[in-house]
Every structure is written in structure tokens, then in C-alpha cells.
Ligand binder design. Structure first.
Ligand SMILES: NC(=O)c1ccc[n+]([C@@H]2O[C@H](COP(=O)([O-])OP(=O)(O)OC[C@H]3O[C@@H](n4cnc5c(N)ncnc54)[C@H](OP(=O)(O)O)[C@@H]3O)[C@@H](O)[C@H]2O)c1
Length: 256
């Protein structure tokens, strides 16, 4: 499939106030895109727009778990930019499960923020993307989508759901000419992983992750996974018989 530069394209990034979404916005602007940035923290988005240039970054602050707010955001993008070429649905949260205090509310929060928010966003942007000459839809999953990991019952399930959703969309949107990619990073240094209390092998910086994501988007890769020294061995492990894979996970983990 032919490579396409992000230069001159109209891009929407959710979860842009910190971490990977912020770094991806900086990289997109550096490569010549105009970026609409969303998250709840409006002052952080305004600061990002000031840093990147207010003619290149437009702030649209809202809560992605609100279906109508997603629709309003898409309407506003249409009004401000006349359309949209590329969407990176990246907003997400990570909460770990304690099976001794199994709490379904945690699962609801996680699925609503990570998965349902993307469904609302996709519903809102598909009509805009269908009018673009070079439409692309990109969603943030994780390497945890490849196989269950300890304490990741909710987070991992939400990321596996996203990966599956984007693979189906890839097939079903081929006839509309919409290119679809799913992003599966290993560990990236952000406020989300700064809270983790376990070793994070091969954790990379957010600006390095951003370069790999934008490279993958420009190459229209169906699955953008990195760092390969982590994602490839982990993929291989999940191909082992379940008994071996689970045995390996059980060995590296101790429940706190
Ligand atoms: N860091 C990693 O190692 C890693 C690895 C694999 C996948 N990921 C995924 O990458 C994405 C970004 O994570 P990150 O590491 O960059 O974490 P982060 O720094 O905590 O960023 C999360 C972003 O999501 C936004 N967000 C959360 N809930 C929201 C809501 N209800 N409405 C609107 N925005 C919301 C946050 O903004 P506000 O709080 O301002 O709303 C923030 O901008 C997540 O989907 C995460 O699961 C991260």
C-alpha cells in the first residue's frame, strides 16, 4: 500500500493532554499536519497549542465517554476545518484488578473510557472520513491485547476489544477506501506507566513512541507495534500452548 505523508492533513488526536497523545501531536505538527487536540484537561491542551503554534493546533476539550460530546466535537471539526483526514483515538486509562476485591465498576469505567469512547468517536467521524481524499482511522490498543497478563483483566480486555474492533473495521472499510491501523505499544514512559509498581522491560520515551506511531501511520501499517525487542518475543510467547504461556506469566509475577 502506498505511503502517505501527514503534511497538510487535518488530524484529530484524543488523549492529547499528556503522554503519548501529546508527543504524537508534537510529531504530527513537526511533519506539517494541522491537529485538533482533545482531552478533559483544557489548560494542558492550551499550553500544547501555544507550544506548537495556535494556527496548527486547535483545542477541543471534552470527556470522550460522552457520546453526544463526541458528535459535537466532530461537528465542530467540520465547522472549523471543513473536514477531517485522520483520526487517532488514543485516550485511555489503566486500572489494575485485585481479584481479592473483584469490582465490576472498575471494568465499567475501563471499558467505557478505553473501548466505548472509541465506538462513539468512530460513529461521529465516519461521515467526515468518507468525504476525505485520504482517510485514515487509527486506534490505540497495547501489546497486552496479544495475551492476558496479571492484574490486567479489565485493561487487557479493553485493549483486546479495541484490536479486534479495528481488525474488523479494516476489512469492512476497505470498500470505502478508509485505511485502518491499530497501535500496540509495549511500555512507554508516561504518567500512566509512572504509576506502575512492577518492572517494565524496554520502556521507551514518549517522543520515540510518537515517531514510530507517525511512521506507521504514514506507511499505512495495519498494526503498529514497538519496541520490536519487546513486542515480537511477547507475540511469540502467546503462540505457545496456553498451559506454557500461563505458566510463564505465573513465574514472572507475584501478587502483591
Ligand atoms: N504508556 C504505555 O506504556 C502504553 C502502552 C500501551 C498502550 N498505551 C495506551 O496509550 C494511550 C495513552 O496513554 P499514555 O500512556 O500516554 O497515558 P496518559 O499520559 O495517562 O494519557 C492518557 C490520556 O487520555 C486522556 N483521557 C483519559 N480519560 C479521558 C476521558 N474520559 N476523556 C477525555 N480524555 C481522557 C487523558 O487526558 P485528561 O486526563 O486530560 O482527560 C490523557 O490525555 C492509552 O490508551 C493507553 O492505554 C500506553
Amino acid at each position: 500500500m502506498s505511503r502517505i505523508s501527514v503534511k497538510g492533513r487535518r488530524v484529530w488526536v484524543t488523549g492529547a493532554s499528556t503522554g503519548i497523545g501529546r508527543a504524537v501531536t508534537v510529531e504530527l505538527v513537526r511533519r506539517g499536519a494541522t491537529v485538533i487536540v482533545s482531552a478533559r484537561n483544557e489548560p494542558a491542551l492550551t499550553e500544547l497549542a501555544r507550544e506548537c503554534g495556535e494556527d496548527r493546533v486547535i483545542v477541543l476539550s471534552f470527556d470522550v465517554t460522552d457520546r453526544r460530546a463526541n458528535q459535537r466535537a466532530a461537528d465542530e471539526i467540520h465547522r472549523r476545518l471543513g473536514g477531517l483526514d485522520l483520526t487517532f483515538f488514543n485516550a485511555g486509562i489503566c486500572e489494575y484488578v485485585d481479584v481479592r476485591k473483584f469490582d465490576s465498576a472498575l471494568f465499567e469505567r475501563t471499558m467505557r473510557t478505553n473501548f466505548l469512547s472509541m465506538v462513539y468517536g468512530i460513529e461521529a467521524v465516519l461521515p467526515l472520513l468518507r468525504q476525505s481524499p485520504s482517510p485514515q482511522l487509527v486506534g490505540m490498543s497495547s501489546t497486552v491485547a496479544y495475551g492476558g497478563l496479571p492484574r490486567a483483566e479489565a485493561y487487557g480486555a479493553s485493549k483486546a476489544a479495541i484490536k479486534n474492533l479495528f481488525e474488523s473495521l479494516h476489512i469492512d472499510l476497505l470498500s470505502d477506501g478508509i485505511s485502518v491501523s491499530v497501535v500496540c505499544p509495549g511500555f512507554v514512559r508516561t504518567p500512566l506507566t509512572d504509576r506502575n509498581d512492577f518492572p517494565m522491560p524496554f520502556r521507551i520515551k514518549a517522543d520515540e513512541a510518537a515517531k514510530r506511531i507517525v511512521d506507521g501511520i504514514e506507511a499505512k501499517r495495519p498494526e503498529i507495534h514497538f519496541p520490536k525487542r519487546f513486542s515480537l518475543p511477547f507475540k511469540l510467547l502467546t503462540l505457545l500452548p496456553s498451559r506454557w504461556y500461563i505458566g510463564w506469566c505465573a513465574k514472572i509475577v507475584t501478587q502483591p
